[in-house]
Write a new protein. Sequence first.
Length: 582
Amino acid sequence: MKIKLARTLGYCPGVRRAMDMTFGLLAQRSGEVYSHGILIHNQPSMELLFQKGLRLWQGENKGTVIVRAHGLPPDELAVLYALDVTVSDATCPWVHLVQRLVAEQAALKKMVIIWGQANHPEVIGLMGYAGTAGRVVATAEEVADLPTAEEVVLLSQTTQNLAKWPEISAAVRDRWPNALLKNTICEAIKLRQKEVLRLAKEADALVIIGGKTSGNTASLAYVGHRTGLITHLVETIADLSPDDFKEVKTVAVAAGASTSSWQIAQILQTLRTLARSQEKLSDFWSRFLRALILSSVIAALGLASLAVCASLLMGLKPPLLFFSFFFFQILALYLGRDIFQSRNQALRLADPDRIAFFAKYHNYLVLFTLTSAFTALAVALMTSLALIIISLGGWLILTVHQFTPRPKQPALSRALAKPGLLALSWALAIIWAAQPPTTTSYSFSFPSNLNSATLGASGVVWAQIFILAILTEVLGVQGDRIFGRPTLSTILGEVTLKRFLNTFLAIWAGGLTIGWALGALPSLALGLIFNGPLYNYFLLKLIFSKPERRKLNPTLDGFLFEALIFSQLLLTGLTALLWAQY
Ligand code: SF4
């Protein structure tokens, strides 16, 4: 069974904003945080927020009250602002626009017809802005029951079904030929509905992931049903039945605007497991690649290649032992970290594939980790004091990183600290270690090793690890929000982050060229422009090409992206080796 995914998945901008605001307030821990009604229509996301400490507002006169994404009628807002509470308005900006439009039209003495569900919180809010001028219709037939009016305007609940707009607007125009028609269905919703229609042409079943009470998810499911395909509305994995997919060749997956990426990831994992159980040996290579990535073998190979490249840049010829040390050391560190983190509940939600892999092979992976760690230590003992220090230092960094409580630093400096400082320390450590192993000696001459070649090589390694850290963070942005950890993506926003990264790539390419021109780096530096800055330029274009899809669904192309991210290190090592040959 093939699985086709909608390009737009995960929270829509309005829901993401509301969730981010709430996570942010809960992380501050400065008093009770309440939601005025259900913040978003998605049960698993709400449960997560309740676990983190969110409470439903029951009229308390303290703490922070968050206005739900659907908005509130103005009189209820006024009551809130009159209380001794901090009001945090998470009303979606698009809903705000519609509220303003309703108020303007009502002020012009027009009858404001709102097409939507009368009991939906957004419509209740809109009716508050319309006052006595407001009327709600759910179907075209109900237009005939509306009272007479001189002038009317028709607008829509933001999550209505786009395909029904012509029908409803025609019914209004039939009665009021001069009626003003304002299709206020949100762009995010229109896009998702169009995608379901596109996907339906390529699949023989549809899975729509989202809340059972979510209006927009119901609209998506309706669009799916209208295509004639069997459409499953799935909120949790309990809603998936393997029997439903026995005869299915291609299943298309779309999700409602309030469906989280980790909820999608869980459903996808179940679907993938189903698909794998239907396939035979042809799947061997994809499973093999998956196992290599999840067990960090590719990451370790890549980083060890980078260490080899660094020493070649310094004019040294590293022995095979040097490569094997870094391979086993990095493998042990990555596996140790992942085994430790696999007990983390937030990661269970954010990356269920990885968690399932670690649960299934736990004992083998622990054995693999210990074997790798001892092999690295043995190689270090056979080689040089520097490698022993690197080996022990690596474990120290990992332990400190895992067990140190997060300091109360400004969010931006915390976000920069991880990829920046860690990468810097790694890079310097690798470079520092680079010279002694080539002489297989216990004596090394730091800091006299600190010449222009060493500095140039450390710059190359730092740039490569820095971009690696940033790219892996970009892919895991939603998971990091659940962790409550700030990242550059969440702080800077996508546009600024893209500009920042493109500037960084340009400086990196310039640095390599200038380093070569000044004689600080060998001609290898020019070759590294291709698998460093240029490679990452195209990788970034790919990652950001469908912003919603890339940002909100980290596991969607997770394996492919992880492979692409770490492959650049293998390419770097390969380029360096080829360069050394010729
Ligand atoms: Fe806002 Fe549209 Fe999302 Fe509703 S679906 S919260 S209107 S962005």
